[in-house]
Ligand binder design. Structure first.
Ligand code: SAM
Length: 266
């Protein structure tokens, strides 16, 4: 049940500083960084951030995708959204532990070009190990109030990985791809941004393609572009469900959709 969930009244009321403390703006940056989180006078202003969340993993489960994305997009803030309390807590605790571990490692062993974990072709110093400061997870029912978290066009990527299939026709309304929810995804995604979907249920794949490609704000991305996309590779390999399907020799159906520009007002 989600009756105990609370939501920010609006994106500007959302305090991201607890999620991404390493990205809190310094006082100097505060005066120069425009922040959509500026609020009305009736509420205390959340701390300003140097970055906004731009990647959302909706129904992130145990967070495999988040942990894999963290080092690949170190400058992007990535958010997992998950409805189950214990699962959300598991992901949050794991992030805290990984951040601590990264901190300890960076304090005790200075990073040098001799690091073997990250070999580079030219012998120059390897990329720094992930700090996991750029990922977080919050508990939410994303079928409700997604635009309360993100203002229009803030996100550039949304992942819908192995969403619950809700097989029975009378349960289809519980699917996280629907005409109404697609309009919410279109609202929070910037033009050119993408929705990545993957499932092992062919019927659900067809449903997602039908409803997303059929929505005025989205077009399906061509196969050649999909195949070369690092996000597709990561979601195929690193999600918990993706691994499970791999172990069982199942099929994975992938489809990616681009957010189109809005037509000009008449
Ligand atoms: N994305 C993960 C993966 O690929 O391994 C987990 C997939 S699991 C089958 C679906 C997840 O979506 C579950 O963890 C479930 O609790 C979560 N979920 C279902 N409905 C949701 C909703 N309305 N809001 C947020 N999370 C939801």
């Amino acid at each position: 049940s989600d009756h105990d969930l609370t939501y920010p009244e609006s994106p500007s009321a959302m305090d991201w500083s607890q999620h991404y403390p390493a990205f809190i703006a310094t006082e100097e940056q505060e005066s120069t960084t425009p922040n959509p989180a500026d609020t009305t006078d009736s509420h205390p202003k959340p701390k300003k951030m140097t970055q906004q969340v731009t990647i959302a993993d909706i129904g992130c489960g145990f967070g495999g995708l988040l942990f894999a994305l963290a080092p690949r997009f170190p400058q992007s803030l990535i958010l997992g959204m998950e409805i189950r309390t214990s699962v959300t807590e598991f992901v949050q605790d794991k992030i805290t532990a990984l951040r601590k571990q990264a901190q300890t490692t960076s304090n005790t062993s200075p990073h040098t070009s001799t690091t073997t974990d990250h070999p580079t072709m030219n012998g120059s110093s390897a990329p720094p190990p992930p700090s996991y400061q750029n990922i977080s997870c919050l508990r939410a029912n994303t079928m409700k109030f997604l635009p309360n978290f993100f203002p229009r066009s803030q996100l550039h990527t949304i992942f819908l990985c192995f969403p619950d299939p809700h097989f029975k026709t009378r349960k289809h309304k519980a699917r996280i791809v629907s005409p109404t929810l697609n309009s919410e995804y279109a609202y929070v995604l910037r033009p050119g941004g993408k929705i990545y979907t993957i499932t092992d249920v062919e019927d659900l794949h067809c449903w997602m393609v039908e409803h997303l490609a059929g929505h005025a704000s989205f077009e399906r991305v061509a196969e050649e572009e999909v195949e070369g996309d690092v996000c597709v590779e990561v979601m195929r390999r690193e999600t918990e469900e993706g691994k499970k399907v791999e172990r069982n020799g199942g099929r994975k159906f992938v489809a990616v959709f681009r957010r189109l520009e809005d037509p000009p007002w008449p």
